[in-house]
Write a protein that binds this ligand. Structure first.
Ligand code: AMP
Ligand code: ZN
Length: 446
């Protein structure tokens, strides 16, 4: 079902008119209410009235994460503290978190875009939804929670982690839809299989997965293991949280951006200029309707492409590709750009390799070494024999050597780079305990 038929299938010309109208209001709004923006616009020589159309967007200055940090915690809020009804934060890798706030209207918009996301994923009123996104400062849990309730879907607020309990809920309550990170879905799938649960015993038909990069190969793996549709959801705290965009289950080919609220651009991260449609660049959003924390041309750091081609589901809103990675997650190994998701894609092409891996970067003789540690599947492990594997895998068993060579070749084909390959026994690579999973260990700076 389409949750908001009128908006989601609006002819593009009409949608652009709506966006233009909202953009022009937004610029006046921030100019009046946020000293930071007043200064930015003054500096750029832009008066609020100068921006009347989305084609004027390029005249506006960018906002970056450092601007939020410099104004920590509430300095960019456009409403008095008393009008803020919710505060979330996104934990960066270091230092203070990025703090975001919501007014009552913002919370309503958030519920709306999450309801649209749930509908795109195949949910309908009357369903039951197991929400295994973390509840807390992270936006995932509460964002999806209110979207589901708004839609008329019963929520089981399981939050992340406690895998045994997640499985109990899946078996005993029989929810229709589940949401979590893709790495945690994998943990769940493996634990279900270990526990001897046949996915056919479960009613759950779709997993809504986001908050971290994943690949088509991982989708195939999860769909086969769980017998569900695995759909991609994208969002970031600064813009609203989950529900910025979501795949429709009909096409599973790019995430529809809720364009009436979030105006997207894709730019060349070096020059700041827009890239042609379909080309990869940095995703930038302008919030068109947010009251508490309106952001103009916010640089997400996420790399993807956007298409405006019509979709088979009937929605007219643009679709963004999977996130290839964040500009700051890109590894540079001997001058070659590597995204962890490319490693995942390469590994999952190789038979007998499980979707569990880690990437370890070190420096030897002033040269980068990328070691890819990949788990073999249980079946392979059993066949080769665990003692053999535990001793010196590469030296002892022919089949292990052959598999290592295959992995090496797959990585070479995808990355154009020679990686050191270490095969791990099942259970040796890191697992998600409920949230986002860190698979890269960079020891080069140590
Ligand atoms: P946070 O604000 O802490 O929720 O983190 C937001 C970031 O998570 C985004 O900027 C992306 O880098 C990442 N992210 C969220 N959803 C996805 C997704 N579906 N695919 C890849 N990365 C994602
Ligand atoms: Zn669609």
């Amino acid at each position: 079902m389409i949750w908001n038929e009128k908006i989601e299938t609006m002819p593009r010309a009409e949608l652009q008119e709506l966006q233009s109208e909202r953009l022009s209001k937004l610029v006046a709004y921030v100019y009046e209410r946020v000293p930071f923006y007043r200064q930015q616009l003054d500096q750029a020589g832009i008066a609020p009235g100068d921006i009347q159309d989305i084609r004027d967007l390029g005249k506006l200055p960018f906002t970056v994460k450092a601007d939020l940090r410099d104004n920590y915690p509430f300095g960019l809020f456009a409403v008095p503290r008393e009008e803020i009804l919710r505060i979330h934060a996104s934990s960066g890798t270091t230092g203070k978190p990025t703090v975001v706030g919501y007014t009552r209207d913002d919370l309503q918009i958030w519920a709306e875009v999450c309801a649209r996301s749930l509908a795109m994923s195949g949910a309908k009123p009357g369903d039951m939804f197991q929400n295994a996104y973390g509840y807390g400062l992270f936006t995932g849990g509460l964002g999806m929670h209110y979207g589901a309730e708004y839609m008329g879907v019963a929520v089981v607020p399981a939050s992340g982690g406690n895998t045994a309990r997640q499985i109990m809920i899946l078996q005993d309550f029989q929810p229709d839809i589940m949401a979590c990170t893709p790495s945690y879905a994998l943990t769940l799938a493996d634990r279900l299989l270990e526990a001897g649960v046949d996915p056919a015993e479960l009613k759950v038909r779709a997993f809504i997965l986001g908050a971290e990069p994943w690949t088509e190969e991982m989708r195939r793996e999860l769909e086969a293991k769980l017998h569900v549709d695995a759909v991609n959801i994208y969002g970031l705290s600064e813009i609203i949280g989950p529900g910025v965009s979501n795949e429709c289950v009909e096409a599973k080919d790019g995430m529809h951006i809720m364009e009436d609220h979030f105006l997207p651009e894709v730019i060349d991260p070096q020059t700041g200029q827009p890239v042609p449609e379909g080309q990869v660049g940095e995703l930038v959003f302008t919030t068109l309707t947010k009251q508490a924390l309106p952001l103009i041309r916010y640089r997400t750091g996420d790399l993807c492409s956007i298409t405006y081609e019509p979709c088979i589901c009937g929605r007219t809103h643009a679709r963004m590709s999977r996130i290839l990675g964040r500009a700051d997650d890109m590894l540079i190994v001997r001058g070659v750009n590597v995204f962890p998701s490319q490693v995942e894609a390469a590994l999952l092409q190789v038979e007998h390799i499980a979707p569990h891996y880690a990437i370890v970067l070190t420096r030897e003789n002033h040269l980068d070494v990328m070691e890819v540690q990949a788990e073999v599947t249980d079946a392979f492990f059993q066949r080769v024999g665990s003692d053999v594997f535990a001793r010196h895998p590469a030296e002892v068993a022919e089949s292990i050597q052959a598999l290592e060579r295959q992995v090496h070749q797959a990585l070479r084909d995808v990355l154009g780079l020679n990686a050191k390959v270490t095969l791990l026994a099942p259970g040796q690579a890191p697992r998600s305990e409920g949230g986002k999973l860190r698979r890269v260990i960079d020891k080069r700076a140590l």
